[in-house]
Ligand binder design. Sequence first.
Ligand code: ADE
Length: 419
Amino acid sequence: MECDIRDAALADRGRARILWADRHMPVLASIRSRFERDKPLKGIRMGACLHVTTETANLMRTLVAGGAQVALCASNPLSTQDDVAASLARDFGVSVFAIKGEDNATYYRHLASVLDSKPMITMDDGADLVSLAHGDRRDALQTILAGTEETTTGVIRLQSMAKHGVLAYPIVAVNEAMTKHFFDNRYGTGQSTLDGVIRATNILLAGATVVVAGYGWCGKGVAMRAKGMGAHVIITEVNPVKAIEAIMDGFLVQPMAEAAGVGDLFITVTGNKHVIRTEHFLAMKDGAIVCNSGHFNVELQLEGGLYDIAVSKTAVRDFVEEFALPNGRKIYLLAEGRLVNLSAAEGHPAVVMDMSFANQALSAEWILQHRASLGKSVHVIPEEIDVEIARIKLDTLGYRMDTLTEEQRRYLASWQEGT
Ligand code: ADE
């Protein structure tokens, strides 16, 4: 089995951590047991481009249990957990091509290695594998039947490809499942982003002014958790509806040009480009900390921005770089502007990834069952599957809920009964 990993000797530690995460992923474990018995993915080659974490490892185990042959590369050069990569290769029969800190050339070589395995289903987080298969590696399209996409940023890219008629195979947008974005994007990003900031810097959030750019599900989670830890939170937005939501959730909303001068910590989660630019860096206070938790490292203007105006750059801690500006102030950049939650911490906790990756596993099965009727567009996983995941999750969390009585069911289906 082909692999390119940092160090095979890390496998024992990786295995122990994968099994720890598995304790918090009961929905995925139940799917894995059924997959082991029924083998719904038998004979299917799968190519995955995901953050190589303990949670992803449990998804890979599930696909292998279902009979798939799996090749995996990283969906970000800094998010790989090298011990997990080692264990996946040694213990779980996965071809892994991922090394934490790999340069861009290696990152793309690893994507190409996954396409070399001639996948029939792609599983992306950010659509880099799909993009490569539609660009320099169109040969891969000969074997690909369909794919799945994990994240908002990837779904936006794929919808644009479908709209322009260039998407060559159907994709299931896992992100659109309720059991994915309501939980992973909000509670997962909320906690893991602050975890990344705290591990990198050890700053106190109580009393700090935190500027969160973007009030989508991820921004909501980050803002809510920062507020919970005692920070004063300012939201920047371009969408008036989301701006009102932020105001009524109790936050101050300001343009970045105003927030730049008052923030102690800046976190971008917009999915858009150059949200913090040269003029904002120059307006920041001495000691301001800047990071990104959106999928791509484009939200901060670094090339043509911070990197160009800085008079010096010094590494001060793991994942913290100091930039001295011509105005005499110093700005601190975390994790080179890449996803701070996966670079400086471990990504979302297993409890939420359980539901996200249950959707991934069931989407792979659903694609195979329905592939004859799926158009070359972006599909949403059926609501019954989504609700079934929620039902199992609720049950495994140890909670019960009410069910509709027959009278209530009839009432909801009727229109005659009024005052
Ligand atoms: N995306 C965010 N957190 C993640 C995790 N723990 N594993 C895989 N992908 C992630």
